[in-house]
Design a protein around this ligand. Sequence first.
Ligand code: C2E
Ligand code: CA
Ligand code: CA
Length: 499
Amino acid sequence: SAGTAALPTQWGITAQMIQPLGDAQEGFRGFLWFARFDREAVWKNDYQEFMTILNHSIIEIDRKLMVEKAITYQANYDGITGLMNRAYFTDRLNQAVSANLDIAVIFIDVDGFKTINDTFGHDVGDQILMVIGQRITNVLDKADFSARFGGDEFAVMVHQRRGLTSTIDKIQQEFLEPIRLNSRKLFLTLSIGIALAPEDGERAEELMKHADLAMYHAKENGKNKAVFCSSELKAAQNREMALSNDLYQAIEQGQLSLHYQPQVDGRTGEIVGLEALARWYHPQLGMVSPGIFIPIAEKNGLINELGDWVLREACRQNKAWEMMGLGPMRISVNFSMVQFMAAGIVPRISAVIQEFDLKPKTLVVEITESINVYDFTQIDQTVQDLKKLGVAISIDDFGTEYSSLDRLKNLPVDEIKIDKRFIDGLPKDVSSIGIIRAIIALAEIFDLELVAEGVETEEQLEFLLAAGCRVIQGYYFYPPLSAEAVGDLLRTIHEQRTV
Ligand code: C2E
Ligand code: CA
Ligand code: CA
């Protein structure tokens, strides 16, 4: 409301009217002040109304400006850390590179951040992200800037000449200090990728893509390190992209086939099973290893189609051998976790078994549990459902990833496979021996079949037989063989037996 105050007479003011702008509720923004300098020392109603209207208009404009500011902020900044978001960072980076190419882009990914979120919850996770953002920003020069891209990914733009390597060092040093969480200390490490203008790109998108590539490489090679993008990295990525494209046609054009590696009773030499292993004969490159194309298929989404093809082909072949009087064989088929977690996997397996009229127990589903998989309830459900179908379940590469004891106890698994990397250590490496003995003991306790994989020498075979592992898969007996070669092998064995 308008009020009166003592007139500052030295200014010659004869009357004044004051209204507050805004109120306590919405925020008090100041005063609106009308003053008269003439003899007429009264305010007419018109003036008072005019003042009120003006007051409301100012408040309205101010309100709009605030909303606009909030919207720009939301559009450009990350709500948790207050750093720029991806879109705004990209804009600013483009401005920076067009002004001057003395620029490097650093991508930072916090190692194992998912575990933190899972262990402490998202609220704590957000607090930690805030601290991480502060620590990164702390070491930056005024002309440099940082962003959070969502998740645990951060990015920084720095000027190369102002000390790129020292900036990277400083960022890493900031994280030698643990983050304090109530009474806990949390040690975090970073995987860092760096791209330089102009060699890794002259536009923001390209620089960011290459910093990301280098960061991914840092992660894959043991984490907690900084990797510069290089022409080798770029070439490898291009090769992978080309392979990824070619893989789309591989199935249609019949470039895929299956080889089968016999699993042998190490004491008698009898073949007790076969593992189906996918092969890709690329028209220009020749044989491409499944170690390369399976991960690509997981990334580009072809794994389901590819996996379906593998399953059908293995079952079709098994039936064919059976019709030739060489079966029924026990065939193990590898399932990628991506494929295993896909909807409808159980009905699909069931349909294929029916299509070829196979006994369910002749199919062994091999899965590898990986640390990156979180939805254990879904895996467990699928395993239970497959169990009801009557197929056997095998845990591949046992001991290397997340195949915990506790889960083994609860899952109706039939078989575990000892990974080649432990077999490689035989007969001398003490820790390999320890692990193998432990796995064999486990298999006994839980009454599981055991297969040792990658057995290449007689010493390895003898050690395993003495330790209590009978089923052997490895070059010592057979490499993976074509279907034709397996057919011949089975026929020979069959004929010897009937003689
Ligand atoms: P894996 O399932 O662990 O298969 C065993 C690998 O060890 C095979 O490699 C096999 O050829 C190799 N191997 C067997 N015995 C020996 C040995 O004595 N010495 C050596 N050095 N190697 C031996 P391969 O065929 O290159 O397959 C690599 C991986 O690709 C497989 O590892 C599996 O994870 C994946 N894979 C292969 N086929 C398929 C498939 O149809 N579907 C899926 N999802 N993955 C597949
Ligand atoms: Ca396997
Ligand atoms: Ca394996």
